[in-house]
Design a protein around this ligand. Structure first.
Ligand SMILES: Cc1cc2nc3c(=O)[nH]c(=O)nc-3n(C[C@H](O)[C@H](O)[C@H](O)COP(=O)(O)OP(=O)(O)OC[C@H]3O[C@@H](n4cnc5c(N)ncnc54)[C@H](O)[C@@H]3O)c2cc1C
Length: 389
């Protein structure tokens, strides 16, 4: 997308480029040491390690355009791996609802990437209908701790997590949404068992987490007992915005176009095929539209507030676009995409195409399935009321 950048924005873009180029990973370097140092240097730039955090918590206070520039530049560059659970999902909840003591206890480790978090929301029987969750937490008579028992499912990276932020039921009476509490649970303790779930793409990223009479100190409760539904929904809005992956799709689509130019079609290439070109063009147009929506959402997040129900538009369209890019990549690779591992023949880029495509089926499920996003958009963005019939 071409937006008119002011001379300040152009200077900022050059500064970002310079930072990314001069701190890129060099072959042979200790990856972990490079990763931690990268975040340290980004911090020294004035909060570049936590771009979306508000200034009061050490963020850079960028304008929406600066955020956009950062997203664009980092999507195309090699930056260290980073997980969203602590940084982009839990941190805003802590900033908005936790006590000062809890903020001081948890935010620094999240910022320094010292701990891995996972998200214990979904349960068998509570996915789209999250408020149906049954994992029970009982407060001890002396008020010192909760005893938590239940099962969480699809918990991404629970097997490497140090902590889980978890929704539990503390009250069965009244509306389902009113008896939910938000707890922070250390993963390495008695009573917690993590079992892998291998997904369609062949990877182990999600798990079952069994909690059996797990003791959680009351200091690990965020906000009030029974009142966590509001905090939980705010977190989901941050999650949905992050899942859209617009800048990554732009980079992936550019890559795909180059790859398609290497695939022969008679005397020309796949990129000259009108049918293929039309699919690429449709994707480019949709990407452009969703990029503008992202800019509006960045403006809200830059102010420190939850992004709002519009995040569902980003989640819905952004994940569909990611899937379409994966699908076209498989199409461009042809039969070579179907192989699971590397092949001695065919297009190099086709390697892993099918497992990536299969894994991408989950994009329109996690963070709230597409049908649910459409419901949120209808109700909270368009203001359409459910018919009574
Ligand atoms: C790869 C992956 C990673 C995940 N990671 C995590 C994680 O780290 N932490 C976590 O807590 N959860 C995680 N999830 C869970 C995810 O959030 C849920 O799978 C999702 O919310 C859907 O819930 P469900 O699987 O129970 O499906 P269901 O809610 O049973 O839905 C089944 C189908 O019915 C449709 N449907 C449901 N309700 C409606 C409705 N009202 N209107 C129309 N259609 C409807 C859905 O769209 C879907 O197609 C992950 C899921 C996947 C696949």
């Amino acid at each position: 997308m071409d937006i008119d950048l002011s001379s300040e924005d152009l200077a900022f873009r050059d500064e970002v480029k310079e930072f990314l180029d001069s701190n890129a990973y060099k072959n042979g370097e200790d990856y972990n040491a490079w990763r931690l140092n990268w975040f340290k240097l980004a911090r020294e730039k004035g909060g570049w390690d936590v771009p979306k955090w508000p200034v009061t918590f050490g963020g850079p206070g960028w304008t929406p355009t600066q955020h956009y520039i950062w997203e664009q530049q980092t999507a195309a560059a090699q930056i260290p791996w980073d997980l969203p659970f602590g940084l982009s999902m839990l941190a805003p909840v802590l900033m908005n609802y936790a006590s000062k003591e809890q903020q001081d206890r948890f935010l620094p480790d999240i910022r320094e990437r010292k701990v891995n978090w996972c998200q214990g929301y979904s349960e068998p029987g509570a996915g789209s209908d999250l408020a149906n969750l049954k994992t029970k937490a009982v407060l001890a008579d002396d008020g010192s701790h909760y005893t938590v028992t239940g099962t969480k499912i699809w918990t991404t990276l629970a097997h490497i997590a140090d902590w889980m932020f978890c929704l539990v039921r503390t009250n069965d009476s009244g509306k389902k949404q009113t008896g939910i509490t938000f707890l922070l649970i250390p993963m390495k303790q008695d009573g917690i068992e993590v079992k892998p779930i291998i997904t369609l793409g062949g990877a182990h990223s999600v798990n079952m987490v069994y909690l059996n009479e797990v003791k959680v100190p009351v200091e690990n409760r965020i906000g009030e007992q029974d009142k966590a539904w509001t905090y939980a929904k705010g977190l989901l809005q941050h999650e949905r915005t992050g899942l859209a992956g617009i800048s990554r799709s732009i980079v992936a689509l550019e890559k795909l176009k180059k790859q398609a130019m290497t695939v022969k079609r008679g005397n020309a290439t796949l990129m000259d095929d009108p049918a293929f070109r039309a699919k690429v063009a449709e994707l480019e147009v949709d990407l452009l539209a969703v990029e503008f929506t992202e800019l509006r959402s960045l403006a809200a997040a830059a102010g420190g507030s939850d992004p709002g129900p519009e995040s569902s538009i980003l989640k819905l369209k952004g994940t569909e676009i990611q899937q379409r890019v994966q699908k076209l990549t498989v199409e461009a690779g042809g039969i070579y995409s179907a192989a699971w591992g590397a092949l001695p023949v065919g297009h190099k880029f086709a390697k892993g195409g099918m497992s990536g495509y299969l894994a991408s089926r989950a994009y329109t499920i996690y963070g709230g399935a597409s049908e649910v996003q459409k419901d949120v958009i209808a109700k909270n963005v368009l203001g359409i009321k459910k018919s009574s019939s």
